[in-house]
Design a protein. Sequence first.
Length: 190
Amino acid sequence: MKDLEKFNELVNAFSALPTIGKKSALRLAYHVCIKDPLLGSKLAYSIEESIRGIKKCIQCGALSENELCEVCSDIERNSNIICIVQDPKDVLILEDSKSYDGLYFVLENTNEENITKLRVMIENKNTKEIFFAFTQGLNSDAVIFFIEEKLKDLNLSFSQIAQGIPSGVSLENVDFISLHKAINHRTKLD
């Protein structure tokens, strides 16, 4: 309908989000416009503030409102171990599990700049272990091997998240009990 152009734009915006289909987008748009416009205004404000205020930590790449994220700023964290994840949201998931007390490094790609940044962090923190918390799969295995080769001169031990998380399932889809067990029973890489 032409006289609902703004509503249709909202439906399209919702349906552009991951896992939101056309029907769900329609329900969400109707809810924030008609059922609960106060929630709609609050949602719009929160989105705007997040876009303005959220950035990536300059040290590890996790999400933060400051130059350094909460984890990198915490002197109580175990700097002997750095957990390498593929996505900033993985840090949030691991933190919610309360199973890990070390540092993080988000490795969204394996370009030379990221490898150098990781190397500097390892050397500055005097890290002893690199822990890979990647979605299981052949691509992840190749990245792990690549990183091990790039860092082999640093005399580190390498481990990865334990089996038990199905291959191809991202961390955001794993329950906290399985995630807790996988972290606490991680396996050393030879």
